[in-house]
Write a protein that binds this ligand. Structure first.
Ligand SMILES: C=C(N)C(=O)O
Length: 129
């Protein structure tokens, strides 16, 4: 029996591309990269970069919850992908408000382009033991 399980939830975006929303391997959950896509409509949400960052974090939290974790509280590592580092401070403000005093470890990089031409994408690792 495998201790590796793909995670599936209607509360986070899904598509036909070849990746799982998340994969739990023992106590560790790997959450795929998400843009600010509404899981109900499958569309990129309207709104400023802060609203888009919050949508991405909601998507990640939904996958952690589905894996038996406690949303963002169980996230230990995040990678932030921005198409414009000029958004860095505004993303930090929205992001920081969600994680509080003990945020996860993080990497932030600027990239030339992201799927759906979104401005922000995050992936995450969570401890769900
Ligand atoms: C959007 C993605 N996470 C992907 O294409 O891998």
């Amino acid at each position: 029996m495998s201790d590796i399980d793909p995670i599936e939830t209607d509360d986070a975006p899904s598509n036909d591309n070849p990746y799982s929303q998340g994969v739990r391997a023992g106590d560790t959950l790997y959450v795929s990269g998400y843009g600010p896509v509404d899981p109900g409509t499958g569309a990129v949400v309207d709104g400023d970069i802060e609203a888009q960052t919050n949508r991405v974090l909601d998507n990640i939290a939904a996958v952690v919850d589905e894996a038996g974790g406690d949303g963002l509280a169980d996230v230990v590592k995040v990678t932030v992908y921005l198409t414009d580092l000029e958004d860095y401070e505004r993303v930090n403000a929205a992001y920081g408000a969600r994680f509080g005093e003990e945020p996860p470890a993080r990497v932030c990089v600027e990239v030339s382009r992201l799927p759906d031409d979104v401005r922000v994408e995050l992936d995450a690792t969570a401890y769900v033991g």
